[in-house]
Structure formats: structure tokens, C-alpha cells
Ligand binder design. Structure first.
Ligand code: AMP
Length: 249
């Protein structure tokens, strides 16, 4: 089985992002970038399937600027076999990403595409679903457990109020939730080995995909600052404040 893992380069999750003064987006100058955490979980899951002997090859694909190659190298250092870098300096929205991935799927014929449930920069939570729709493949989103099961996959999904287990036939799309696994760190020897693993260079034009944006960002603003709390001396005081200051009861 071949597994395709799309990986996105995003602002590192530890960075406190700052909105640009003109409110057109967040400031990316000199900001640490890393692989989207949900994509790391997807790479880890693919590697575990390979280690179990369920998968033979893992292909990591990233669509983005020249530096997205580092994100692919991280996937290769974790254990992916080869990479595909679709280079563009433009913003690529989920629909365009999904269209490019659909073309990559056409060329590579994987049995499974495992993606993050969302990229933590734009929080779209759309690419996996759109890809499934474009390909006409079954999708199992927000996976917290994945098992190869005969001609498909048994997937446990995190849903409101509990866990849902479904079976999807292969080829399929799976998107990862936080509790699926804990991604490994790449060891130094594997980082060195990853430098020799091949990365194919492509462009959106090679796939004939129009990546022109369909959305217009009107403005980006900081969330409202959280005000400091107060300590109350008694239940009566709490009730009084809830009634007369907060106006919630
Ligand atoms: P989103 O729908 O943007 O929240 O992203 C969900 C998932 O789609 C990510 O975790 C990635 O697996 C994949 N994805 C989104 N954008 C890209 C990209 N530019 N390159 C590769 N994979 C991507």
C-alpha cells in the first residue's frame, strides 16, 4: 500500500502571532515556521502503518514556497520515503490545494491519503473533505484510531459526545485528530539520511490547476483581551456580582 501525506508549513504553534497594523493578516516576518501539528500526526500514523507492514511507501507532498521543502525534509527525516514539492509563492486556498492533491493522487494512485484535520494557521478544516469530494472517495475525518481492516480501514472518530467507529473502503481519505498518536522526533542519523531522499519539484501549472483565490480577506483582528478575574468572599457576593455586574443571572 502506498500512502500520500500532505504536509503544510505553518507558523509554529508556540509562536504568539501578531496581527499586522493594516489588518490584512498576521505578521510572518522572522517568525518560526514548522510542520502543521496535525500533519505531523498524519506522518506518524503513516510511518506506524509502514512499521506494521501494512504500508510499503510513504510520499509526503507540500504546496507552498521554496521553504516548504524543509517541511517535506522533516517528514522524510521522520520516516517518509520521498517527497513532492509543488512550488508557489501565492496563497493557496483549500480548494486549490485539494485540486492539486487530486492530480497528485491521479499520478501516484495511493490507497490512502492521510491529512491533518486542519491547518493551525487558517483553521479551514476543509482540504481533506474537498479532496474526498473531488475524488469521489470515502472520508473518515477527525480520526483518533486507524486500523487496516480487510479491503479498507476501521476508523474511530472523535465526535460530539463520544467516539464513532466507521469502516471506509480503500482508497480513502482520513484526517487526523489530536489524540491519534504522539509524533516522534527525527533522530540525527535520520535527519542526515533524509537529505538524500528524493523530492520531485512541480508547479500548480504542471497540474493545470488555477490557484486564483476565491476568498477575499476583509480584515484580521486580535481577539479581545481577557480581563482579570476577581476573588469573592462569599456565595452571596458571587450571586450579587453575577446578577448586578455581569448580568448573566
Ligand atoms: P486545512 O483544510 O487548510 O485546515 O488543512 C487541512 C490539511 O490539509 C492539512 O493538515 C494538510 O494535511 C493539508 N494541507 C492544507 N494545505 C496544504 C498545503 N499547502 N500543502 C500540503 N498540504 C496541505
Amino acid at each position: 500500500m502506498k500512502i500520500l501525506v500532505p504536509v503544510k508549513r505553518v507558523v509554529d504553534y508556540n509562536v504568539k502571532v501578531r496581527v499586522k497594523p493594516d489588518q490584512t493578516g498576521v505578521d510572518l516576518a522572522n517568525v518560526k515556521m514548522s510542520m502543521n501539528p496535525f500533519c505531523e500526526i498524519a506522518v506518524e500514523e503513516a510511518i506506524r502503518m509502514k512499521e506494521k507492514g501494512v504500508a510499503e511507501e510513504i510520499v509526503a507532498v507540500s504546496i507552498g514556497p521554496a521553504q516548504a521543502q524543509e517541511t517535506i525534509r522533516t517528514a522524510l527525516a521522520m520516516g517518509a520515503d520521498r517527497g513532492i514539492h509543488v512550488t508557489t509563492d501565492q496563497t493557496v486556498e483549500p480548494l486549490a490545494v485539494a485540486k492539486i492533491l487530486a492530480k497528485v493522487v491521479e499520478e501516484e494512485s495511493p490507497e490512502l491519503v492521510i491529512l491533518g484535520k486542519q491547518a493551525i494557521d487558517d483553521d479551514s478544516n476543509a482540504t481533506g473533505q474537498m479532496l474526498a469530494a473531488l475524488l469521489g472517495w470515502p472520508q473518515a475525518t477527525f480520526a483518533s484510531e486507524v486500523e487496516k481492516d480487510g479491503d479498507g480501514f476501521k476508523v474511530t472518530r472523535e465526535i460530539d459526545g463520544g467516539l464513532q467507529t466507521i469502516k471506509v473502503s480503500s482508497p480513502a481519505i482520513i484526517t487526523t485528530d489530536l489524540r491519534l498518536n504522539e509524533p516522534r522526533y527525527a533522530s540525527l542519523p535520520n535527519i542526515m539520511k533524509a537529505k538524500r531522499k528524493p523530492i520531485d519539484a512541480k508547479t500548480p501549472e504542471d497540474f493545470g490547476v488555477d490557484i486564483a483565490p476565491r476568498l477575499e480577506v476583509l480584515k484580521v483582528t486580535e481577539p479581545p483581551k481577557r480581563e482579570a478575574g476577581v476573588k469573592v468572599e462569599s456565595v452571596a457576593e458571587l450571586v450579587d456580582k453575577l446578577k448586578n455586574e455581569a448580568g448573566v443571572i
